[in-house]
Design a binder for this molecule. Sequence first.
Ligand code: CMX
Length: 440
Amino acid sequence: MGVVKDRFKAKADASNVEIKDLIKEHGNKKIGEVTLAQAYQGMRGITGLVTETSLLDAQEGIRFRGYSIPELQEKLPKAPDGGEPLPEGLFFLMLLGELPTEDDVNHITNTWQRRSHVPNYVFATIDALPISAHPMTMFVTAVMALQTESNFAKEYAKGISKKDYWSSIYDDTMDLIARLPRIAAYIYRRKYKNNEHIQPNGLLDWAGNLAHMMGYEDESFKELMRLYMTIHADHEGGNVSAHTTHLVGSALSDPFLSYAAGMNGLAGPLHGLANQEVIKWIFEMQEELGTDDPTKEQIADYVQKTLAAGKVVPGYGHAVLRKTDPRFTAQMEFGKKHMPDDKLVNTVWKIYETVPPILQSLGKVKNPWPNVDAHSGALLVHFGLVEYEFYTVLFAVSRSLGVLASLCWDRALGFPLERPKSVTTESVKLWLEGKGQIWD
Ligand code: CMX
């Protein structure tokens, strides 16, 4: 077994013992009260999942194994001459709960380089889709085509023991993460760059190689990719992409099937697709106003128009967060450092000053502050990546790190099939009339 794999097994064995004791002693204690409103309204606030890789605080934002984004930027190893964390290090941290050394990170980079070969039939599958297909459709289709490579599916068919599931899940995780940059770059070059592809560079890190294969050699863009891949990787377990991956994995669907399912959820406009919606919305605003440098007053009018049309302001609001997303702030800091005078980036900052009071005034929006998607597109446009339909693919590549590290834990801890109880409105009405709980 590899070094990281051995360490993961040791951690998982210890956690199994600890959690068994915890459930034995405290399993009957209530950790939440489920209300009728929660059942009807998206299960907000119901604590009903265990996800080891990260934890979201409504006021403070995300912490990955206890570390905030600024702490990760300080403590995780960086590329030579780079200032942003290498996402390989974040994966190590999420999987093992320990900060990696430079050697640990190099080991992950090398492992992913070694496992990065994408079979030709996957490219042929992408090519079979019309060029007009959305990049996320191409992406999940390619991941599904790659499913034929699943070690777990093969091992399961042979009849392995439950206690060995984690091992081939781990191998699938490493294979899949390793191959995603190649798949993403292929889709980008096929759809937007005349089908002219760029071979991987075996000396580059995971995010740097993605930038290279997409055709972006600027060192600042590689730095942006390292930051981007780090901050989008995980947001605890209840968000649509993480929860779906976990749910589908609980049926013992392999990591390819589970991750593809999760990414279909990421492709929704209330979740990961919001990054393309933000730039589309800003471009439409610029066109309507006839300026690439709108004033705050012009922005405010446009926001009101968006709301009056019954649409949401993309990039604002969150189901859990109640303050400015630290992932927004990290990107703002990147913008201040690398492109302080960029007009589009400055527009994003003006929108930040304009939108929250307007959303607050509606009286129903629980979080008027920006989320991660409010900023990411403007940074990409600065480097020439204007093809906004592609943005969610970048989010998806990053999200693989968190949801697949979590899937390793799900199988290592032997989490069972996920199957919450549902009720009908008819049964709820009978219960409210005092005629008993017919679901008991
Ligand atoms: N613009 C306009 N209205 C908004 C809004 C926004 N940005 N955010 C919330 N609201 C509205 C909701 O649509 C809802 O209206 P109705 O009662 O009329 O249906 C009301 O305010 C209450 O919603 P909420 O409890 O504050 O928010 P939810 O937890 O239901 O939804 C989210 C959260 C993210 C879906 C929502 O804020 C939204 O639609 N934001 C815009 C899309 C977006 O940026 N999504 C990306 C989220 C981050 C990510 O996953 O990548």
